[in-house]
Design a protein around this ligand. Structure first.
Ligand code: PLP
Length: 468
């Protein structure tokens, strides 16, 4: 397949990239090795074209309705990105303004999330929510360990309580840092972690509970206040004081604007830390996340390292040493560019498009909504059991892919694994016009599938490798 994408060359070597003679100058080799470092240089135009053409085959990011991550920023952001591409975030001494801007950004978030004293909170940028969650989890683990040791009790069997629908980064956290994951199964009656029977999962070895603001499978919020109440009741009965980390990868940049009265953040005393993805609804290109602790005491001091900064020292807490600094500047640009009101309007628009799409899809007939996009602008649906046995949501996903749309279908987690859903993530840039184009394609494909004379044959063992 991939061997003759350029110019109809045939009979070429699959281990080499061919060049179109129009791009290559006379005398240049007409192909480049794919798996070995080329022996000599190529002209920049030539190398550019080869990389450009291959990346083009990835498809159109704007039609990717599977991803939560920003696929569009304006031209000024593009300019800033180029100007700042050389900045290393860890070089706080060399780039003190970038370091300062990073601190302003997480302080703004601490304020947005109602930290009691935003200037006394502590936070950091990260490469994404995954790293931010790792740091939040590590702080929970270390706090628990310190308390256990201080009480002369064993600290060798930590566990973390969370929904079975957590994002994969939490399974990684538990695996990498030897913490037992205690997954509370979701069900038709308890579609999210809601505090129900939490006491069956929490014990003296529980380092914390993860609450998700915007479950990746469906976009639903977990009721942080209800989870906190359940933990209050547990504390009353047992004396265990279990903190909450809110994984607000998406919701951290939606709820403050679209559901300002919803209490999910530092307004709830039990919430020790909150993480978000700047590159999701923070509206920045990939490579930025944030984590904020309610106050300095929530982050054990021994996890903090000092790096030199203007001849002095600056505290850092991160898994990486070097990482790009440009995204931090882009986040600051977006904060200044949009302000509270601008974010509110952008996010409300995405929410409106999501609810519009959900409403139209519900009316098509074959589908039943799992949720309607009114939490984060993300929603999922299933095929009605009595609609057909000739096609399924994977088939619809394939048909839509033929038109360029990526609308993934996947199984729900563990004890709902028999249930297949399909999901749309509405991001800034999916306009009402594009939404209408998608609906038109969906209706046409449903009509096509419904007219099939018999069941579609299916390949055995479809990979269920979709990561949320
Ligand atoms: C996307 C997501 C993550 C992982 O975030 P990255 O920024 O992709 O590392 C974690 N938790 C939730 C709830 C998410 O939606």
């Amino acid at each position: 397949m991939s061997r003759s994408i350029l110019n109809g060359y045939t009979g070429s070597d699959p281990d080499r990239s061919e060049l179109n003679p129009l791009f290559a100058r006379p005398g240049e080799a007409h192909d480049l090795p794919k798996f070995r470092l080329p022996a000599s240089e190529a002209l920049p135009e030539t190398a550019y074209q080869v990389v450009h053409d291959e990346a083009m085959l990835d498809g159109n990011a704007r039609m990717n309705l599977a991803t939560f991550v920003s696929t569009w920023m304006d031209d000024h952001a593009g300019r800033l990105y180029l100007e700042a591409a050389d900045k290393n975030m860890i070089d706080k001494d060399e780039y003190p303004r970038t370091a300062e801007i990073e601190a302003r950004c997480w302080t703004m978030l601490a304020d947005l999330w109602h930290a009691p004293q935003p200037r006394r909170a502590i936070g950091t940028s990260t490469i994404g929510s995954s790293e931010a969650c790792m740091l939040g989890g590590l702080a929970l683990k270390r706090r628990w360990r310190n308390a256990r040791r201080a009480a002369g009790k064993p600290a060798d069997r930590p566990n973390l309580v969370m929904s079975s629908a957590v994002q994969v980064c939490w399974e990684k956290f538990c695996n990498y840092w030897d913490v037992e994951p205690r997954l509370v199964p979701i069900s038709e009656d308890h579609k999210v972690l809601d505090g129900y029977r939490l006491e069956d999962y929490v014990d003296e070895n529980t380092i914390g509970v993860v609450a998700i603001m915007g479950v990746t499978y469906t976009g639903m919020y977990e009721p942080v206040a209800k989870i906190a109440q359940a933990l209050d009741a547990i504390q009353e009965r047992t004396g265990l004081d279990v903190p909450i980390h809110v994984d607000a990868a998406s919701g951290g940049m939606i709820a403050p604007f679209v559901q300002p009265d919803l209490e999910w953040d530092f307004r709830i005393n039990r919430v020790a830390s909150i993480s978000t993805s700047g590159h999701k609804y923070g509206l920045v290109y990939p490579g930025i996340g944030w984590v904020v602790w309610r106050e300095e005491s929530a982050l054990p001091e021994e996890l903090i390292f000092e790096v030199s900064y203007l001849g002095g020292q600056m505290p850092t807490f991160a898994l990486n040493f070097s990482r790009p600094g440009a995204q931090v500047l882009l986040q600051y640009y977006m904060f200044l560019r949009l302000g509270f009101d601008g974010y509110r309007r952008v996010q409300a628009n995405s929410r409106d498009v999501a609810r519009y799409l959900a409403g139209e899809i519900a009316q098509m007939g074959p589908f039943e909504l799992w949720n309607d996009g009114s939490d984060i602008p993300v929603f999922a649906w299933r095929l009605r059991a009595d609609h057909t046995d000739r096609w399924n949501l994977y088939d619809l996903s394939d048909r839509l892919r033929m038109k360029g749309w990526l609308v993934p279908a996947y199984p729900m987690p563990d004890n709902l694994a028999d249930l297949t859903v399909q999901r749309i993530v509405v991001r800034n840039g999916l306009s009402r016009d594009l939404a209408d184009a998608l609906l038109e394609d969906m209706r046409a494909e449903v009509t096509y599938l419904d007219r099939l004379g018999g069941p579609l044959p299916h390949v055995e063992g479809r990979p269920a490798a979709f990561h949320h």
